[in-house]
Design a protein around this ligand. Structure first.
Ligand code: FES
Length: 311
């Protein structure tokens, strides 16, 4: 005859693990939304926190219901006085062998606890590296590219500079043209050399005058007189304003914002450009949010890329 443990000790039935539940799934979904929110936006972080806390509450409530933690202690009954010399009756729970702290509960708790500690050791550093940068002051600095007199009017200069404090990995190249004055403000065209197809380094279509190279701090300047710009990877072609004229790129070349400080040209954040109408100082630039290469920034196709993760 097969004897089931619960038949022997009905009081242990309540110690069984709760049945399948959807609350852990909701909790996991909340954590995922929370992590995605750190990349996308704070509104999604708030939604993730709400979902995580909500399902954590439901899950905890389900775990504690029916567990020894949730049981109310029985009221103590008044003791009966026994006549002197009479044998002391034993309580029912003392008449049989009772495990005060069953081994399976101990093993279950120690396994879960150990798993939680190991999971924390493995997960926390990863989370720190994922989330930490969002709270650090990282970003593009305004790079000093030297006196504006180093940029002859109407000519392109291939300029290589450091765009942030991260060192050589942040070296960038821009095609810079001095457009003269627009009103009383100096005008510059500062085009990024990152191809708008897949990001390859675009080259000027014209001879670079290597003998006229000049430097200013860590900035290198090479004059060039291009008829346009071309990408060596898949043949993308751009005109002198950075408009795409042939090949697979989906938009114009990105540009950098600029300012003039104490007679020096400073470049700042890059931005994307859908297309440019006109030339030089009078050009109308259709500016767009800074987007990854290959992403259209105008027309119906741009609707396929509604969210731009920060970078
Ligand atoms: S990366 Fe420039 S054309 Fe493909």
């Amino acid at each position: 005859m097969i004897v089931v443990a619960s038949d022997l000790d009905p009081s242990r039935e309540h110690q069984h693990a709760p049945g399948p539940s959807l609350w852990p799934v909701g909790f996991a979904v909340g954590v995922v939304v929370l992590l995605v929110g750190f990349v996308v936006s704070w509104a999604i972080v708030a939604i993730g926190v709400f979902v995580t806390v909500f399902f954590a509450f439901l899950w905890l409530r389900e775990l504690t219901q029916g567990s020894p933690l949730a049981e109310k202690p029985e009221k103590a009954k008044p003791e009966k006085r026994l006549p002197a010399g009479a044998p002391v009756p034993r309580a029912p729970h003392e008449q049989q062998e009772v495990e005060r702290y069953p081994r399976n509960v101990f093993l279950e708790a120690s396994t879960l606890g150990l798993g939680a500690v190991i999971g924390g050791i493995v997960t926390l550093p990863v989370l720190g590296f994922m989330i930490g940068p969002a709270f650090l002051k990282q970003g593009v600095r305004h790079s000093d590219l030297g006196p504006i007199g180093d940029y002859p009017e109407g000519e392109y200069v291939v300029t290589t500079f450091t765009s942030s404090d991260e060192g050589d990995v942040s070296r960038r190249t821009a095609f810079i043209r001095n457009n003269g004055f627009l009103g009383n403000q100096p005008s510059f065209t500062v085009i990024s050399n990152h191809c708008a197809h897949l990001g390859c380094p675009v080259q000027p279509n014209g001879a670079i005058q290597y003998k006229k190279v000049s430097t200013y701090k860590d900035v290198t300047k090479l004059p060039v007189n291009p008829s346009g710009f071309g990408c060596p990877c898949h043949g993308g072609q751009y005109d002198t304003e950075g408009n795409r004229i042939a090949g697979p790129p989906v938009r114009a070349l990105d540009r950098y914002s600029f300012s003039i400080v104490n007679g020096h040209l400073m470049v700042g954040k890059p931005f994307s450009v859908a297309y440019v109408i006109g030339l030089g100082a009078g050009a109308k630039i259709h500016v767009a949010k800074y987007s990854f290469p290959g992403e259209p920034v105008s027309g119906l196709e741009s609707w396929l890329y509604p969210i731009q993760p920060p970078r």
